[in-house]
Design a protein around this ligand. Structure first.
Ligand code: NI
Ligand code: MN
Length: 234
């Protein structure tokens, strides 16, 4: 059994039989997060979709303290390593087997600037943003990162039958609820957790409306709107 905790915004903690990973740990600066970086003492990896502050978040601090590697694209992990984190660099389309499971990075239509604390007025190049496919305990999970809708989501779902998809619904910077419902039709996951909404005013959404649209239009996918701190067993 896999236990998937939602910690607000796009942050998830996934606990499997062979290990625990954290995805996009935006905690200290997120008033809605239910945990703090120091709550994590033992992790097998920190997966980061792109360089924006609401995803990279506290990853470097958590990596330094726990020794867990940050897994992400080559360009993003290059910055993290320079700032003292342990890293494992990958890139889109590549997969790697870790002790906790398998990670494969996918494309995401978004940006990935990196704001370094030493140069607060500069945004550094951090490569392409990505989505994350994760296989743990024989189940495929897909964390879309920040992205707009794209047709190859169908290919992602076909190649990796998905137990769970974590999709942004906040609009403005990422897919809105209608495109996320369409994304579910392409991906065909058994379960879906909406993310990247209601953290601040610009991305406020009616999540109950999203879940009922999903029920009407994609009945094979069940929506689970988790509150920070809640979990789903898959
Ligand atoms: Ni972003
Ligand atoms: Mn974001």
């Amino acid at each position: 059994m896999l236990r998937v905790y939602f910690h607000g915004h796009s942050c998830f903690e996934i606990v499997g039989e062979k290990g625990t990973v954290l995805v996009d740990p935006f905690l200290k600066e997120n008033p809605l997060a239910d945990v703090l970086p120091e709550d994590f003492t033992q992790l097998d990896a920190i997966l980061v979709s792109h360089g924006h502050g609401d995803h990279l978040g506290d990853a470097i601090e958590i990596s330094k303290r726990t020794g867990a590697p940050i897994i992400g694209t080559y360009e993003l992990t290059w910055h993290c390593q320079r700032l003292g984190a342990k890293v494992h660099a990958m890139h889109i389309g590549g997969k790697h087997e870790f002790s906790f499971g398998t990670v494969k990075l996918t494309q995401a239509w978004h940006g990935s600037g990196f704001e370094t604390p030493e140069e607060p007025d500069q945004m550094r190049y951090a490569g392409s943003p990505c989505g994350i496919l994760l296989q743990m305990d024989g189940k495929w999970l897909y964390h879309a990162g920040d992205t707009g809708l794209f047709g190859d989501m169908q290919l992602i779902g076909r190649r990796h039958p998905l137990a769970l998809a974590m999709l942004p619904i906040g609009d403005n910077y990422v897919m809105g609820p209608e495109d996320a419902v369409y994304a579910a039709r392409l991906l065909r996951p058994k379960m879906l957790i909406p993310m990247h909404y209601n953290t601040f005013g610009l991305i406020e959404q009616d999540v109950d409306e999203f879940v009922s649209a999903l029920r009407r239009k994609t009945p094979e996918t069940k929506g689970y709107p988790l509150k920070p701190g809640e979990h789903l067993d898959i």
